[in-house]
Write a protein that binds this ligand. Structure first.
Ligand SMILES: [Zn+2]
Length: 451
């Protein structure tokens, strides 16, 4: 991919405020009109207030091509024109430049994230803003794993309908994105066998939700979804990063130069199943000593209880139940801060293990950012961030480029937000053209090309 660097303007920013924007390059070959449309729309979306002239400079397309595409995007209601821009108060080439922006309500998507205890859902607009969000608790169904999936889908359908009802323009909803823990199977009907969700074995989740909501459904591994969300809502292009999700399990999403790495079957980035202790504890995936079995909240809580004894752990405020793992993990974070050495050491062991695996991945895929997210970071986030930073001190590329380590700004709904972003990304972004990805959707129609 070739990048161009040119100045664009912000809406209402006046003459003085400019920023260097890096925008994808287009091509003037006639048969790639759909690609060019995606490039132009992506440029407008990432840089509200940009002009046709700026877009032409940034994309390498002729001003005429950009103008034609913008005219049709205006006709279709995807883009709107704002105030005329002027440079130093004068007209440029006799014709005022006009600020362009996407019409944020023109395309919407719902994102759904399945967790053990609840379903999260968000309604996202074209500009990346969350219009509405909801969380539906799931009932505990001990001994009825078969019904667990059915009940989860029923609850998810309810929350999707509620969100769409609130938006006032149901026709603008392009589809539903679903974030689930891996592994996934994209061959045939998209199936999820989420090892961290009870009863999920070969669940044809896309078919089920498409039938119950009447909408196209796209399925994404939860950490990959979170990575797509971070990518979609970013103004920069050409990013390479690893998204590390620490929730009930540990997962990863890899983005290299804006391309989302999904692998052969949609399961790329499963950093939770990198072996860190060859003789370590059994993992839910069937192997032993995986990062998840050593460093996920459940592992930290279990080791603490083994170390101090179950009675002492309960006195320390831990409930030690399957559904209380994240709360117990939070409790250990609070206790560690208050001086509980055992809690601090177990959390540190986990943080160091995460750091080691992140170092390995960074060395393999050469990224310049590590983004941390998930509910396992509520009280352990800074410790994990610091351990990752320390581990990256010996990264192969340390003298070539820095690797920034930061927290995701998407909060605990990163998966849902990412799944909704994936729908918009699939339908509208310039990266969907020409990139072979596994078919993971029940047809999210791309916005029709301009010819
Ligand atoms: Zn494993």
């Amino acid at each position: 991919m070739i990048l161009g660097t040119i100045p664009t303007r912000l809406v209402g920013a006046g003459v003085a405020e400019r920023e260097e924007a890096r925008v994808r390059r287009g091509t003037n070959l006639p048969w790639v009109g759909d690609y060019n449309q995606a490039v132009v729309l992506d440029g407008v979306r990432r840089h509200p207030g940009t002009s046709r002239t700026d877009l032409a400079l940034a994309t390498g397309l002729t001003l005429q091509t950009v103008s034609n595409i913008v005219r049709r995007l205006l006709e279709r209601g995807l883009v709107a024109e704002g105030e005329p821009l002027s440079r130093n108060g004068s007209r440029v080439g006799g014709k005022p430049r006009t600020a362009l922006a996407v019409r944020s309500g023109a395309a919407l998507a719902v994102g759904v994230q399945f967790e053990r205890e609840h379903v999260d859902a968000v309604l996202l607009d074209l500009s990346g803003e969350v219009l509405a969000a909801d969380r539906e608790p799931l009932p505990d169904l001990p001994g009825s794993r078969e019904r667990a999936v059915e009940v989860a889908v029923t609850h998810a359908t309810g929350v999707v309908r509620r969100l769409i009802d609130t938006c006032g323009s149901p026709d603008a909803v392009l589809g539903v994105g679903v974030a689930v823990p891996g592994p996934l199977d994209f061959a045939g009907p998209v199936r999820s066998s989420a090892i961290n969700l009870p009863g999920w074995r070969g669940v044809a989740i896309a078919d089920m939700l498409a039938a119950s909501t009447g909408l196209p459904v796209l399925v994404e591994n939860d950490a990959t979804a979170a990575a797509v969300g971070d990518l979609w809502r970013s103004r920069r292009v050409g990013r390479s990063f690893l998204y590390v999700h620490v929730g009930a399990g540990i997962g990863g999403g890899v983005v290299v130069r804006d391309e989302v790495l999904r692998g052969e079957s949609g399961n790329a980035g499963e950093i939770g199943h990198v072996v860190v202790e060859p003789d370590g504890p059994a993992c839910s995936c069937g192997a032993g000593g995986c990062l998840e079995a050593v460093a996920a909240p459940a592992a930290v809580v279990r080791r603490y209880a083994e170390r101090v004894g179950v009675a002492a752990a309960r006195r320390a405020g831990l409930r030690l139940a399957e559904r209380s793992v994240l709360d117990d993990h939070d409790r250990l974070g609070v206790r560690a801060a208050a001086g509980d050495e055992a809690a601090g050491q177990e959390l540190q062991t986990a943080a160091r293990a995460i750091g080691r695996v992140v170092l390995g991945v960074v060395n393999v895929v050469d990224v310049s950012e590590v983004v941390l997210g998930g509910s396992g970071l509520r009280h352990a986030g800074e410790r994990i961030r610091d351990a990752v930073r320390a581990a990256l001190g010996v990264a192969m590329t340390r003298e070539v480029h820095p690797v920034e380590v930061r927290f995701s700004d998407a909060g605990e709904q990163a998966g849902a937000l990412g799944a909704a972003s994936a729908v918009l990304h699939e339908a509208l972004s310039s990266t969907w053209v020409g990139v072979h990805v596994p078919a993971r959707e029940i047809v999210i129609s791309p916005v029709a090309p301009v010819h």
